[in-house]
Design a protein around this ligand. Structure first.
Ligand code: AMP
Length: 531
């Protein structure tokens, strides 16, 4: 017997309709480059979003499925593109402004970009890749002169009238957004989010952290990081006031924004919160954060001491999330209502330092050497996941099939224990990458380039713990007989090929890199030695 329910499409247009119909007067506030605040409402945002969707089709000739790249800070225009592209039937492809121009060129080209929408204030970073990609149209956001050969964002919107908009029932399985993630080896890989995955995930996030229309949400996590953890979509569903920090991400600016806009929920990587904690410790009475309900930390493991310090010294609550670009991105969440009932504060901090149990519609299992691990908090295995908001393949990359098991679960590359109550605890990572300030650094790419230096025989790059950035790369080198080079020279050799923040500060010279039986670098031994 079939169920007799409507075949209602879970799509981004449905999210926008809800926001406009129910929460038209809610505010969307952004900090502009000159530090002033820009204020608008959901009603105005809806109108402009439709103008953008119309303009992409009518003025620029885009057709269903075309990719619209963004290269921008978090602000209201970026939100308009986030929603406007999928509502119009196109795909938002967010580009990470911190990447090297070579990677940006590859990612935009591989993704099939036709249009780039970028901040004027980021133009020095746009120029080095823009002409290499072959965008058909480049649109510039923000005040000031419009760069040569580009279209001004406001002028583009002004060509269209939102009254001409006709809502479309887009297939929920169609692509809505794309985001590339670093590969351990080879090129970055494209994750393609469907409307359905975003809609389900946005709803799950909303309920997991109990977002409601009296909340005020400031995502510090960039919109080019895995859908800004889905906060823009969840915020519209829940009807919260959005606050976007623009380029002003230093701790005092964020704290000023938390106070003046009465922010109740924020989200970012540990490096951001470490800066916030230091600022609060230095001036505990400067900011009134009494409105703050929770600060979500994810993207890397937050130290337990940080969770405790926020709680004990500043009365601030941390929610800890684990996730991946491939998962929309949230997979587990720790520190939400009910999870810590009856626990003493110290026990609650212990628990919140774990990654937490899976959110609804994320299933987990751990694969050990002899089959699936018991959920006993001791056995180690690689975490595998499945669910409706988890990637089933990478965009146009058939050689990456080994990211999934034969029965269709996604292999996370995180080594975990799972406790009897489903709490996941990350113990290690099988992925050979460094995560610095929430951004990936490819050890393999650094090694390969280093080994091109005439003095270097072998090079292995490992992640070492760092208080500010969570991890930093350390390069271990073996020199050729009779040759050597100092750290300065090696850094200068790497510099043209990588973003500056990829370059290791530390270089260690050894006689021979320890190897596994099959001749691979035994990085565990190096980590033990140099961490
Ligand atoms: P990304 O796709 O850039 O979001 O990176 C996902 C990876 O970041 C995960 O597979 C983990 O290795 C790491 N990660 C994310 N969140 C956490 C967390 N809360 N604790 C530890 N590692 C994390």
């Amino acid at each position: 017997m079939d169920g007799l329910m409507m075949d209602y499409q879970l799509n981004v247009p449905a999210i926008l309709r809800r926001g406009e119909q129910l929460f038209g007067d809610r505010e969307i506030v952004s900090r502009l480059p000159d530090r002033s605040w820009h204020r608008t409402t959901y009603a105005d945002f809806g109108r402009r979003t439709k103008q953008l969707a119309l303009a992409l089709r009518n003025e620029l000739g885009l057709v269903d499925g075309d990719r619209v790249c963004t290269f921008a800070w978090n602000h209201h225009e970026h939100l308009e593109t986030y929603i406007g592209a999928p509502v119009g039937g196109f795909v938002t492809h967010t580009l990470n402004i911190r990447l090297h121009p070579d990677d940006l060129t590859y990612i935009a080209t591989h993704g099939g970009a036709r249009v780039l929408i970028a901040d004027k204030v980021l133009w020095p970073l746009v120029e080095p890749f823009r002409d290499r990609v072959g965008f058909e149209h480049v649109i510039a956001i923000g005040a000031g002169p419009t760069p040569d050969g580009t279209i001004d964002y406001e002028e583009l919107l002004a060509t269209q009238n939102a009254a001409d908009w006709r809502d479309r029932d887009i297939d929920e399985r169609a692509a809505a957004a794309m985001c590339y993630t670093s590969g351990t080896t080879g090129r970055p890989k494209g994750v393609v989010y469907s409307h359905r995955a975003i809609a389900i995930h946005a709803l799950t996030l909303t309920s997991s952290i109990a977002m409601a229309c009296d909340d005020v949400c400031l995502p510090v996590v960039p919109m080019f990081h895995a859908n800004a953890w889905c906060f823009p979509f969840s915020s519209i569903l829940a009807g919260v006031k959005h606050v976007y920090p623009g380029q002003h991400l230093d701790a005092p600016s964020l704290l000023d924004a938390f106070e003046s806009e009465k922010v109740t929920i924020s989200a970012g990587v540990p490096t951001i919160w470490m800066g916030i904690l230091q600022a609060l410790d230095a001036e505990p009475d400067r900011w009134d954060l009494s409105a703050m309900r929770t600060m979500m930390i994810g993207g890397a493991a937050p130290p337990r001491a940080m969770i405790e310090a926020f709680g004990e010294r500043h009365g601030l609550h941390i929610t800890h999330g684990w996730g991946m670009t491939e998962m929309c991105p949230l997979g587990t969440v720790s520190g939400v209502r009910g999870q810590e009932a009856g626990l003493a504060p110290q026990e609650a901090y212990d628990r919140r330092a774990l990654q937490g149990p899976p959110i609804p519609f994320v299933e987990i299992r751990g694969r050990g050497e002899d089959g699936f691990i018991d959920w006993n908090g001791v056995a180690l295995g690689e975490l595998e996941v499945r669910g409706p908001s988890i990637a089933s393949a990478y965009h146009d990359s058939p050689d990456t099939d080994d990211g999934w098991t034969d029965d269709g679960w996604f292999r996370t590359g995180d080594i975990v224990t799972i406790h009897s109550d489903g709490y996941v605890q990350i113990q290690d990572r099988s992925k050979d990458l460094v995560k610095s300030g929430g951004e990936w650094i490819s050890t393999v790419a650094l090694e390969n380039t280093l080994m091109g230096h005439p003095a270097v025989l072998e090079a292995a790059v490992i992640a070492v713990p760092d208080e500010k950035w969570t991890e930093r790369p350390l390069a271990v080198v073996v020199f050729r007989e009779g040759r050597s080079a100092d750290a300065e020279e090696l850094r200068a050799f790497l510099a043209p090929h990588f973003a500056k923040w990829w370059l290791p500060e530390r270089f260690e010279v050894i006689d021979e890199i320890p190897k596994t039986a099959v001749g691979k670098f035994r990085k565990t031994a190096l980590r033990e030695r140099f961490s």
